[in-house]
Design a protein around this ligand. Structure first.
Ligand code: FES
Length: 106
C-alpha cells in the first residue's frame, strides 16, 4: 500500500494508490492521469509515457535499459531522471514518490 503523486507541469497533483506489480503507465491510465498516453501499449516503442522521477527515488525506481534510453533520446524535456512509465513497475517502496509529467506531453 501507499501512494504516488503524478505532478502536472502546471502544478496539478494526482495522487494514486500503488498497486505493486503494475506499471506506472497502466497506473496512470487507470487513474485518468492526463499526459500519459501509452500509445504503444507498453512496448517501449512510442515515448508517450515519459515521466521524470523525483531525485530521492531514482535508486528505488532504477535506471533505464538500453532500449528505453534510445526511446528517451527522442523525447523532448528528457532529464537524467527520465523514465518511460511503461518500463517502471510499481512497488510499495515507491510510497510518497512524486513523478513529474513533462510539459511537452500536456
Ligand atoms: S507506452 Fe509506449 S513507450 Fe511506454
Amino acid at each position: 500500500m501507499g501512494s504516488i503523486t503524478f505532478l502536472e507541469h502546471n502544478g496539478a497533483k494526482h495522487i494514486v494508490e500503488i498497486e505493486s506489480g503494475k506499471s506506472l503507465m497502466q497506473t496512470a491510465l487507470d487513474g485518468g492521469i492526463p499526459g500519459i498516453d501509452g500509445d504503444c501499449g507498453g512496448e517501449c516503442a512510442c515515448g508517450t509515457c515519459h515521466l521524470i522521477v523525483e531525485v530521492g527515488y531514482i535508486n528505488i525506481v532504477g535506471s533505464a535499459s538500453g532500449e528505453e534510453l534510445q526511446m528517451l533520446e527522442l523525447t523532448p524535456d528528457r532529464t537524467d531522471n527520465s523514465r518511460l512509465a511503461c518500463q517502471v513497475i510499481a512497488s510499495d517502496d515507491m510510497d510518497g514518490m512524486i513523478v513529474q509529467l513533462p510539459e511537452f506531453q500536456m
